[in-house]
Design a protein around this ligand. Structure first.
Ligand SMILES: [Zn+2]
Length: 119
C-alpha cells in the first residue's frame, strides 16, 4: 500500500481485538467488569475502600502552594526520589528563574514580549 510503516501482523491484530474486548467488558463508570457490576446478585456486596495516591497528593500540594504562579505552557512532572532523598521545597520551582527561561524561550522563537500584567 506504500505506507511508511509495516502492515500489522496477526499478533498486532489479536492484541487490538483483545484490547477492544477488554474495553467493551469494562464498566466506564466504576471500572469493574460489566458482567459483575450490573449483576443484581452483587448488590450490597461491594466494599468501597480508600487508597492514597501519594504522587497525586504531591501534585495537589504543589498546585495549592504555587498554582497561580505557573507559567503558560508549563507542565508539572513527577519524579520518584531515591529512598532517603528529600524533596526540594516547591520541587525546585523558582518563579524568577521560570520567568527568565520563559522570556528567553520567547526571544529565541522570535515571539514578542508578553505585556506585563502588573502581577
Ligand atoms: Zn459499573
Amino acid at each position: 500500500m506504500g505506507l511508511p510503516w509495516k502492515r500489522w501482523g496477526e499478533t498486532d491484530i489479536m492484541l487490538a481485538l483483545a484490547w477492544e474486548q477488554y474495553e467493551d467488558e469494562t464498566c466506564p463508570v466504576c471500572g469493574e467488569w460489566i458482567v459483575e457490576c450490573r449483576d443484581e446478585l452483587t448488590d450490597g456486596r461491594w466494599q468501597v475502600e480508600t487508597v492514597t495516591d501519594f504522587a497525586q497528593a504531591a501534585l495537589d500540594d504543589y498546585r495549592e502552594q504555587y498554582g497561580s504562579e505557573a507559567m503558560s505552557g508549563q507542565l508539572l512532572a513527577l519524579t520518584l526520589l531515591k529512598d532517603g532523598e528529600a524533596p526540594r521545597d516547591g520541587g525546585g520551582y523558582d518563579p524568577e528563574r521560570a520567568r527568565a527561561a520563559y522570556a528567553q524561550m520567547r526571544e529565541r522563537l522570535g515571539l514578542p514580549d508578553e505585556p506585563d500584567d502588573g502581577a
